[in-house]
Ligand binder design. Structure first.
Ligand code: 4AD
Ligand code: MG
Length: 459
């Protein structure tokens, strides 16, 4: 096993000999001594390496630019200089991969826009190191939460024949010849396609997740989802990851309770398990982040009916770009106003008009709303979308007819309402939106390793 710089820095005692590898963050010479800061991705801090002139000749030094890969052996000693507690007095430095001053990540601060154009190198910067360590830890925290709460982890399919959200945002998956597809009645004949029908990339694992909830009680999925939606915003990606729990014998209220418990767990988890990176975000990305995330971990999330949200938006007297009236879908500007100005904290909006929501949501007795819930949080807006599901076969079939959704391709979904149907509910948490919320990063392109957005799929 390799020794990681994080462990060396944290062991807290000096050592006669240690050895580690990493990439040069900076190098400078003074009075014949070389000072090299090396980082191996294990921690936001680098370790300072001191190399006496005898150790490196001129031609070697010229090959060690920022970005070079080195293996260093030396003595770990308390640093006399301020800025770091430990440093390493090198006894040997091996150049594994050289780098020169054409390396694009030189020490000066770069804009996030520029760093997106070098997404292949940005993981080697401090900010992106912190973002992707947080992202990795959070994924583990999510599995821990569900494991501790006895949820079954299920992998739902990525290639699918059904559009769960019914929004027509499926990317097509096909092996037909795009220029000369087989044609039937003037249209491409998908019965000749690879799967013998029209297929696409999933927008959500929910429908299949529901089937598993009706067998295992509580389940969750955690996987990539794809939406061919032409949204160029800081919060939409064409490929993103979603966590979707689903609970049998559960109502909308149970669903909101789970979502609240889950988000609070993740806030605490990030503060405890990613303390160094969270402190970095607090210092460099969003002042006050630690306090904000800590407050959410202890907050009571507000639950507000959609109808009340509309009234309060109207009463606010604010001129929104999208006018507010009962029946409209909430836009980001409305969502942020509710959670940032009206409530000043995480807010569930419950029971939306049925006409702006998906076919599978449970119809309320008022005849005009469904048991939907969105969780809105400051800075991000909608972070979770979910609902209690329509478990009554006749109501579900009627709704699908009203919405023009063919029942035949969803025969298996309808079957779940035929035998042993029961009230059940679930939600989807956008993983990137969670990482944004917990890091203070403001653009979804900066919390996913290689972002896919309309017209961008470069790496
Ligand atoms: O609200 P959505 O569309 O809900 C569903 O897909 C349900 N099937 C979930 C369920 O009930 N199991 O998406 C859920 C969440 C959103 O709240 C948002 O956080 C995220 O997924 N999301 C996106 N994140 C990034 N880019 C996009 N284009 C996103 N669309 C949704
Ligand atoms: Mg939604």
């Amino acid at each position: 096993m390799k020794t990681r710089i994080k462990d060396i820095i944290h062991q807290g005692t000096s050592a006669d000999s240690c050895s580690f590898s990493g990439w040069v963050r900076s190098i400078r010479s003074s009075k014949g001594i070389c000072f090299i800061v090396l980082n191996d991705g294990s921690t936001v801090e680098g370790i300072q390496v001191i190399a006496e002139s005898a150790l490196l000749n001129f031609s070697q030094i010229s090959r060690i630019g920022t970005g070079a890969a080195l293996t260093v052996t030396g003595a770990l000693v308390e640093s006399p200089a301020s800025g770091q507690k430990w440093e390493v007095v090198a006894t040997s430095i091996e150049i594994i991969g050289e780098s020169d001053d054409s390396f694009p990540l030189q020490k000066k601060r770069h804009t996030f826009e520029y760093l997106r154009t070098i997404a292949h190198l940005r993981p080697r910067s401090n900010t992106f190191g912190a973002v992707f360590r947080l992202r990795s830890k959070l994924a583990q925290g999510i599995h821990r939460f569900f494991s501790e709460n006895n949820f079954l982890y299920v992998n739902t399919p990525i290639i699918t024949a059904s559009d769960c959200e019914g929004a027509g945002e499926l990317f097509r998956v096909s092996t037909l010849d795009a220029l000369e597809p087989p044609v039937l009645d003037g249209r491409p004949d998908f019965s000749k396609d690879f799967f013998g029908q029209k297929t696409g990339l999933t927008v959500s694992g929910q429908l299949e997740g529901e089937l598993f909830a009706l067998a295992f009680g509580d389940i969750y999925t955690f996987g990539p989802t794809f939406r061919a939606e032409n949204s160029n915003t800081a919060r939409h990606a064409s490929e993103f990851w979603m966590i979707e729990p689903e609970m049998a014998f559960a109502t909308l209220a149970d669903n909101a309770d789970l979502a609240e418990k889950f988000i609070k767990f993740l806030c605490r988890f990030a503060l405890e398990e990613c303390a160094e990176d969270m402190a970095f975000f607090d210092k460099h990305i969003e002042n006050g982040l630690l306090e904000r995330v800590g407050a959410v971990a202890d907050a009571d999330f507000v639950r507000m009916e959609y109808g009340e949200a509309i009234e309060r938006l109207q009463q606010s007297g604010t001129a929104f770009s999208y006018p507010v009236e009962w029946g409209v879908d909430l836009q980001t500007e409305h969502e942020r106003f509710i959670t940032e100005q009206i409530v000043e904290g995480p807010t569930f909006i419950l029971n939306y008009p049925k006409d702006i929501k998906a076919f599978y949501m449970r119809q309320n007795d008022d005849g005009r709303t469904v048991a939907a819930m969105d969780l809105l949080v400051p800075k991000v807006g909608e972070i979770i979308g979910g609902s209690q599901r329509e478990e009554r076969l006749d109501r579900l079939e009627l709704r699908m007819t009203e919405m023009g959704i063919a029942s035949e391709p969803l025969w298996w979904y309808l079957d779940s309402r035929r035998w042993g149907s029961c009230p059940h509910a679930g939600f989807g948490l956008g993983f990137e939106r969670l990482v944004m919320y917990l890091s203070g990063m403001e653009n979804i392109r900066d919390v996913i390793p290689f972002p896919r957005t309309p017209r961008h799929c470069d790496f």
